[in-house]
Design a protein around this ligand. Structure first.
Ligand SMILES: *Cc1c(COP(=O)(O)O)cnc(C)c1O
Length: 382
């Protein structure tokens, strides 16, 4: 038996939900009102306060939030939306969902976010919006992003699913900008089990968001009902909102804990230059450290990434891949995308590895991951 056999399993991530929240959820369940109601309103108000008073509406995912933002912006068939190929497939699926065309721009190999320097070359008369992603919580440069958007009169839908608690030059992501979309999936820094929210600019946009959220319905008085847009079924439940209300007060301490763990990873991995891992930028000012990802040295490894993942798994350490590049999925290849079009995203997609990072993890846990990763890599380095 290895020394590690006695150690508890370290998952890649895990939500952190306190007892008061669990008790609060039980209260909601007993209250007689469990779907969208007072808790959703309370949650929306708390989010709006967090984002400097901007209009916010909550939804049942961080996917529909982006789809609805695109609809509010009037983006559809014939329009192009510029985005990154290195993201969760939802980022691009929503563009297809509204009938528009995703236009991918390769990543910056250091930040692994969309390379804003290459965006201008991808703009055509059909371009209506940019949909950037803050991968692993590291914000895309908002100054460059909004300079581009202003110059070319483009809407921006920030896929900030991973960057709640991150900031740009001292301003919390969500408190400035155009549309900002967050996800509260359990893997994200705060959760509602499933859910998301959209930050908007005006009350008129928020009203439209409410319509898209629930079948297009507009109510008035005691008995008035009208439907003038095609909406869906995207409302958050009060049970989920109560989970979110219990998470929000922890956002700052969660972020601080994640930063400390990321600092540990950086320090320990930087001390092993022979591994030649692609480390994320040591950004402890802007990033919320939603994930800690390394890029494996493909040219020097004699085994595929999956072997390293299997060895870590056998040692009780969970890892993940975020993400395989979107344009190489069969659905996207059928639309005409091909291997070789975005080589930097493809390289990252083949070699990126997400290591465990969650609230409640300790520096000793980080050391254990680094030690095991080092052992595994050294036994396969050519
Ligand atoms: C999680 C995530 C989404 C989608 O959020 P859901 O709440 O799962 O719908 C979108 N984009 C990115 C980058 C994400 O990480």
């Amino acid at each position: 038996m290895s020394d590690n056999a006695a150690l508890p399993r370290l998952p890649m991530t895990r939500p952190s939900i306190d007892e008061a929240t669990i008790a609060g959820v039980v209260e909601v369940l007993r209250s007689g009102w469990i779907t969208s109601g007072p808790k959703v309103s309370e949650f929306q108000n708390a989010l709006s306060q967090l984002f400097g008073g901007r209009p916010v509406r909550a939804f049942n995912s961080g996917t529909c939030t982006m789809e609805i933002a695109l609809r509010i912006a009037g983006i559809g068939a014939g329009d192009e939306v510029i985005t990154t190929p290195l993201s969760w497939v939802a980022t691009s699926n929503v563009i297809l969902e509204v009938g528009a065309t995703p236009v991918f721009v390769d990543i910056d190999p250091v930040t692994r976010n969309i390379d804003l320097q290459r965006v201008e070359a991808a703009i055509t008369p059909r371009t209506k919006a940019i949909l950037p992603v803050d991968l692993a919580g590291l914000p895309v440069d908002r100054d460059v992003l909004y300079a581009l958007a202003t110059k070319h009169r483009l809407r921006v839908i920030e896929d900030a699913a991973q960057s709640i608690g991150s900031s740009w030059n001292g301003k919390l992501i969500g408190s400035t900008g155009d549309f900002v979309s967050f996800s509260f999936h359990p893997n994200k820094n705060i959760t509602t089990i499933e859910g998301g929210c959209l930050v908007m600019n005006t009350d008129a946009e928020a009203k439209l968001a409410e319509q898209y959220r629930l079948q297009g319905v507009q109510r008035s008085g005691y008995d008035g009902m009208e439907v003038d847009v095609l909406g869906g079924k995207f409302n958050l439940t009060d049970v989920a909102a109560r989970v979110g209300l219990g998470q929000l007060p922890h956002l700052q301490t969660f972020t601080a804990q994640r930063r400390e763990l990321a600092r540990c990873y950086h320090e320990l991995l930087s001390a092993q230059p022979d591994l030649q891992l692609g480390l994320p930028p040591a950004d402890f000012t802007h990033s919320n450290w939603h994930m800690f990802q390394v890029v494996l040295p493909e040219q020097r490894l004699s085994v595929p990434r999956a072997t390293i993942m299997a060895e870590l798994d056998a040692a009780g350490i969970g890892t993940g891949v975020h993400y395989p590049p979107i344009h190489l999925f069969a659905l996207y290849q059928r639309l005409g995308f091909r291997a070789g079009q975005f080589p930097l995203a493809e390289y990252a997609g083949r070699n990126i590895l997400t290591l465990p990072l969650f609230v409640g993890m300790t520096p000793a846990d980080v050391a254990r991951v680094v030690d095991q990763l080092g052992r595994s890599l050294r036994s396969h380095l050519a």
